[in-house]
Design a binder for this molecule. Sequence first.
Ligand SMILES: [Zn+2]
Ligand SMILES: [Zn+2]
Ligand SMILES: [Zn+2]
Length: 156
Amino acid sequence: MQSSERQKQRMKERRHELEAKGVCVNCGKRPALSEQKYCKSCSKHRKERARVRLLAIRQAVLDRYGNACACCGESNPGFLTIDHKNNDGWKERKPNGKNFTSSEMICRKLVHGPKRDDIQILCYNCNCAKQRLGSCPHHPSVPAPRRVRGARRKDV
Ligand SMILES: [Zn+2]
Ligand SMILES: [Zn+2]
Ligand SMILES: [Zn+2]
């Protein structure tokens, strides 16, 4: 255990050295992009890997929370979003008003933490309508004036 700690420390020092020299801390060869720790090629790879990782963890959240829009039943994952029922997602992003929590971290918590009642899956359409109008027109929380006599509202 101790030696791996020492190794970690050495890696850290090496990264600091490279960073100070303006060399990519990943490959240790190519010059780092200005204001960044990585060269162009490593930076591209890292971004791509992060994108794939985010897609996978997002899918795991969708799987756990039903894989379909809670409002209209849309089930194409490309259309689905993770919705905070009380519209307080910002609290999760910035829990102490300062530090920004990444989408990946949030998804990780939703997959590995206890299942939550304040989270639901919505498609983009229903989510946008909810943000804009307070509730999706598919299932208005304030019933719209009745237009058709005798028409029954569907279950919410
Ligand atoms: Zn590199
Ligand atoms: Zn929907
Ligand atoms: Zn809807």
